[in-house]
Design a binder for this molecule. Structure first.
Ligand code: NDP
Length: 366
């Protein structure tokens, strides 16, 4: 379904220059806020990625965005014509930036067309869909990467390293929160409030950053999760999704994590790790820019390991290195699947009102 051009989009004043001959040509599927405001402008900074095609349900947007990015007229596809990309050799890969409930279907179609897939987070709305996507990638012998940009962002990379080096000692407590207050809306106006397109809501969309942080900062998988959800009555925003999701995890080391996410409280995005010798405070933790990080303890200091803006191109570079040179993908489909298993465990625990025990791969034991 075509959507209008978001109001705040700044299209390039001149089409991007040509890239080297081994540059990977992408078809961007879904010309929404994230594609137009964040990722498409960042292709310029990637070493060997370029926008070869666009796919949209809005013909006017196809024209304006296509002209601005110098996309050939015959490489501007409607969703109905998507299958034709199979014979378009300008396209090596498909970047899926659609509402989450559509990721699985379009990734599988892209693999059927013989293309590699970079898929926005979260990978899909169920572990079963993630498994279907991984199977389709293997069948087609094409790469699958989930766009978890924090794995390419200097603050989060430094935080992973510090926690591996036990800079705060043995990790005991992790707390994460990702929240913002959504304005008045309803499922018919905004896909983020539709269960079919957004699952339970804030956890899949924003809280997944806290879920990811808890995993890569501890380097562990939880062995049990207990959770609770809340959905206020009579609020159109939460007719189909949750307003808040809160979960408590226990790791095999004995560390515990508390993860909170909300679409109905004032904005924040932090990750705190407290260990036996100190603490790591990331606030904001996983934004597009403006990260702040402080290591507290014997040698308390603020850390500024680099510019967060490199995360977007870094992600594209990892993907194109995988496509062209067989490099290892840091955020593969298996990681997206693992995370959906944890999301399912959180909802299962909240639904049952009891603790859920997990196997090391995130599958529920009970
Ligand atoms: P938008 O609503 O801004 O854009 C989604 C686009 O998908 C629309 O513009 C439309 O494109 C297309 N679309 C196709 N079918 C539908 C439908 N039924 N309802 C609405 N849109 C539809 O969403 P975002 O760009 O914010 O999010 C897209 C994806 O990117 C999501 O998976 C989200 O989780 C992810 N994301 C990732 C971020 C990150 O930091 N990594 C940040 C923000 C989002 P068209 O009109 O061209 O057909």
């Amino acid at each position: 379904m075509g959507q209008p051009l978001p109001g705040n989009v700044r299209l390039p004043s001149a089409p991007p220059g040509r890239k080297r001959s081994d540059s990977v040509g992408f078809a961007i599927v879904g010309l929404g806020g994230y594609a137009l405001n964040q990722m498409m402008p960042r292709f310029e900074q990637a070493e060997r990625a370029h926008i070869a095609a666009i796919v949209s349900g809005n013909p006017e947007k196809l024209r304006r965005v296509g002209d601005a990015y110098g996309v050939a007229e015959d490489a501007r596809y409607s969703y109905e014509a998507f299958e034709k990309i199979a014979s378009d050799d300008r396209i090596d890969a498909v970047y899926i930036v659609l509402p989450t409930g559509l990721h699985a279907e379009w990734a599988i179609r892209a693999f059927a067309a013989g293309k590699h897939v970079l898929c926005e987070k979260p990978m899909a709305l169920s572990s079963a869909d993630c498994e279907r996507m991984i199977a389709a990638s293997r069948r087609a012998d094409r790469k699958l990467m989930i766009a978890y940009r924090s794995h390419f962002e200097p603050y989060n990379l430094e935080a992973m390293k510090l926690m591996q080096q036990k800079a705060a000692g043995e990790i005991r407590l992790v707390r994460t929160e990702q929240s913002y207050r959504m304005g008045p809306t309803s499922p018919s106006e905004n896909w983020r409030t539709s269960r079919a397109l957004a699952g339970g809501g804030p956890l899949e969309d924003f809280g997944i950053y806290g879920l990811q942080s808890a995993l890569y900062l501890t380097g562990e998988m939880p062995e049990s999760i207990s959770a609770t959800t809340f959905r206020p009555a009579g609020d159109a925003r939460f007719a189909e999704i949750f307003a808040h999701v809160s979960s408590q995890w226990r790791f095999p080391s004995g560390a515990v994590a508390q993860l909170v996410t909300s679409y109905d409280s004032a904005g924040t995005n932090f990750a705190h790790v407290r260990g036996t010798l100190g603490a790591l405070i990331m606030d904001p933790a996983t934004s597009y820019s403006g990260q702040k990080m402080r290591l507290e303890g014997q040698n308390t200091r603020d850390l500024s390991p680099g510019d967060p803006a490199v995360q977007f191109a870094g992600q594209l570079n990892n993907f194109t290195d995988a496509v062209r040179d067989g490099a290892t993908i840091r955020t593969p489909g298996e990681m997206g699947l693992r995370d959906l298993r944890l999301i399912e465990a959180i909802y299962a625990s909240a639904e049952a009102g009891r603790t859920v025990r997990l196997a090391p791969d995130g599958r529920r034991r009970s």
